[in-house]
Design a protein around this ligand. Structure first.
Ligand code: PLP
Length: 407
């Protein structure tokens, strides 16, 4: 077992030392134990691990580390973020129950509620969770789960975790927060009233695009033991190799996030003044009362995901993307490389156009996941894309003012 427990609050230390001392011989780096099963000394003898669908030393090392990040007991790791969500739903929902879910959560989460759970008699109401009244009005006597993201993806709206948590609790519903975008290093939902934090470790926790995985973090021992039972019974545990490689990426999580969050804030501010860009969304650009919320919830910055809209819709997006060399066009966030997604044709391609636009995802919207490159390299790349969509400026010396107008 790792000697670092949740009493230690130096997040950088928790991460850098993740897995240290777990295994025979006190290794600095957690050993990879691929064994599917574990031997006993005799019948009736106790052993920490029995079978790797139930638990595994390498997976446990990652679980201890992810739990510690949120000041919680060891997390439970799953084969993917959606496998973690599925286990949570199986643990707390049954036929006839009702769920309140954010309207712009991860697309796979929406699909799971609306196209899978619906067939098992669980109804979901999708609401704008940045509006407390909308959430309160959606609650029913049979609401068992309130599921939110903050910030949302790719619309980057914020949810007041403390207030939503309080109304969920008073309605007797479990409050779950998908914390994939900030992670426990950037936001601790359990400190704000969440009953469980949900992760796709595929994104920032791994950080290097080498392992798909998920995790659930809770301080509620009863829920934890129910989740452990569900995982054992349904079998979607993380594979040892995925746990091991995720653990290596995890060691640099806080330093990656600090750098990526800071660069994102600078790129967002820069994008705002660029011709061809209709609007930019990043929590750092939010002003007024919502800044208080950001101060209360965000620990080290406002995330590394930016959304921006080009003026010219899909055609502009196509021409813009064709010019990029550094930013990679993929359906992914949270890696060390800067990644870009065109939600209308990628992550949200199967959402009807009108619904998609109504939920804040127009044709010309692009999502940027900032990596570890220098800010200047990223802006230079984006500039190449923008040059392809902004109409040619007037020749030098003529009407500089109206040139800006055309842009
Ligand atoms: C990717 C993602 C998921 C799903 O995780 P997988 O590991 O791909 O199954 C869930 N929530 C958010 C916010 C995500 O970005």
């Amino acid at each position: 077992m790792s000697r670092l427990s949740h009493e230690i609050t130096d997040i950088a230390a928790i991460c850098a030392h993740a897995g240290a001392g777990s295994g025979d011989g006190n290794p600095l780096v957690a050993p990879l134990v691929p064994s599917s099963t574990f031997c006993r000394d005799a019948i009736g003898s106790d052993c920490e691990h029995q079978y790797s669908r139930v638990s595994n030393p390498t997976v446990s090392a990652l679980e201890t580390a992810i739990g510690a990040l949120e000041g919680a007991p060891p997390a439970l790791c799953f084969a993917s973020g959606l496998a973690a969500e599925t286990a949570l739903f199986l643990a707390v929902l049954k036929q006839g129950d009702h769920v309140v879910c954010g309207r712009s959560v991860y697309g796979g989460t929406t699909r799971l509620f609306s196209q899978v759970l619906a067939d098992f008699g669980v109804q979901t109401t999708f609401v704008n969770t940045s509006n407390i009244d909308d959430v309160a009005q959606a609650l029913r006597p049979n609401t068992k789960l309130v599921f939110v993201e903050s910030p949302t993806n790719p619309t980057l709206e914020l949810t007041d975790l403390r207030r939503i948590g309080a109304i969920a609790r008073s309605a007797g519903a479990l409050f779950a927060v998908d914390n994939t975008f900030l992670t426990g290093a950037g936001q601790r939902p359990l400190d704000h009233g969440a009953g469980v934090s949900v992760y796709s470790t595929t994104k920032y926790i791994d950080g290097h695009s080498v392992a798909v995985g998920g995790a659930l973090v809770t301080r509620d021992e009863e829920l934890l033991s129910r989740l452990r039972f569900i995982r054992k019974s349904t079998g979607a545990i993380l594979a040892p190799f995925s746990a091991w490689i995720t653990l290596q990426g995890f060691k640099t999580l806080p330093i990656r996030l600090e750098r990526q969050f800071r660069t994102a804030t600078r790129v967002a501010a820069w994008l705002q003044s660029q011709p061809g860009v209709a609007s930019v969304r990043h929590p750092s650009l939010i002003e007024g009362k919502a800044r208080e919320l950001i101060k209360a919830q965000h620990l080290i910055g406002d995330g590394a995901v930016i959304a921006f809209e080009l003026e010219g819709g899909i055609e502009d997006a196509r021409r813009f993307l064709a010019e990029l060399e550094l930013c990679r066009l993929v359906e992914h966030v949270g890696s060390v490389e800067t990644l870009i997604t065109h939600p209308a044709t990628m992550t949200h391609a199967d959402v009807p156009r009108e619904d998609r636009i109504a939920s804040g995802i127009p044709d010309g919207l692009l999502r940027l996941s900032i990596g570890l490159e220098a800010v200047e390299s990223i802006t230079a790349d984006l500039k190449r894309g923008l040059a392809a969509i902004v109409r040619k400026p007037f020749p030098v010396g003529e009407e500089v003012e109206s040139c800006a107008l055309i842009a």
